[in-house]
Design a protein around this ligand. Structure first.
Ligand code: 13P
Length: 248
């Protein structure tokens, strides 16, 4: 049985003081969770979050990672730096990185490979924009994004990869893909993985849905056969709401 994974993506939110308070509040609310619980916090909050989560089932993740081991890359963070802070997961390819910071399929691949090489687990984000969906390009876009992100990643490494399907038009908009629609689209991604890595990998890889997931729609989305988790933005910033999603 696959273990579902619910991850919060805090984006650029919360100070260290707020982080400490939030994790303290969240701990008891999610202690009996059946799924993996992850909070992807800003780099500056990792140490505080880890300390606050010590001895609990809350894992700490980061939101980005650079591909070089070190060097002249102002403003970037390496995989070794994250490992040293005992970060477990890192996001790559979030649509906001693609949209606002020039992230391409190629840089998503470089970041993903570097993180895996360092021993991190990676949540690789893919998703189509509204115009791509309206032009019936969803399958094509997701296929390309998935193939490119996973280029040169071994079957062994793939075991540490989670894919987050986040339709861009559903992020922060309050519009959720219907559970059926999310499930059908995730099927396309599984088909790509199957072609690349074989049938078993296409079935066993965990794929999350993300985009306006909240306490109201979480259980329906999580009941779909091909959805193994959620990547939560807005609703992950409030401990009670996030706990409700985790305990879907
Ligand atoms: P919202 O849950 O705020 O729509 O954000 C989703 C997201 O981008 C998670 O990475």
């Amino acid at each position: 049985m696959k273990r579902p994974i619910i991850a919060g993506n805090w984006k650029m939110n919360k100070t260290n003081a707020e982080t400490k308070e939030f994790i303290a509040q969240l701990r008891p609310l999610v202690k009996d969770a059946q799924c993996e619980v992850v909070c992807c916090v800003p780099f500056t909050n990792i140490v505080t979050a880890r300390k606050a989560a010590r001895g609990s089932n809350i894992q700490i993740g980061a939101q980005n990672v650079h591909w070089a081991e070190s060097g002249a890359f102002t403003g970037e963070i390496s995989a070794a730096m994250l490992k040293e802070l005992k970060v477990k997961y890192v996001l790559t390819g979030h649509s906001e990185r693609r949209q606002y910071f020039g992230e391409t399929d190629q840089t998503v691949n470089l970041r993903t490979k570097a993180a895996l090489k360092a021993g991190l687990k990676v949540i690789v984000c893919v998703g189509e924009t509204l115009s791509q969906r309206e032009e019936s390009k969803t399958a094509e876009v997701l296929t390309t994004q998935t193939i490119e992100a996973l280029k040169d990643i071994t079957k062994q490494e793939l075991k540490r990869v989670v894919i987050a399907y986040e339709p861009v038009w559903a992020i922060g908009t309050g519009k959720t893909a219907t559970a059926q629609d999310a499930n059908d689209t995730i099927k396309i991604i599984r088909r790509v993985i199957r072609k690349l890595y074989g049938r078993a990998s296409g079935t066993s890889i965990r794929i999350q849905y993300g985009g306006s997931m909240n306490p109201k729609n979480a259980s329906e989305l999580m009941s779909m056969p091909l959805i193994d988790g959620g990547l939560i933005g807005g609703a992950s910033l409030n401990a009670e709401d996030f706990a409700k999603v985790v305990n879907y």
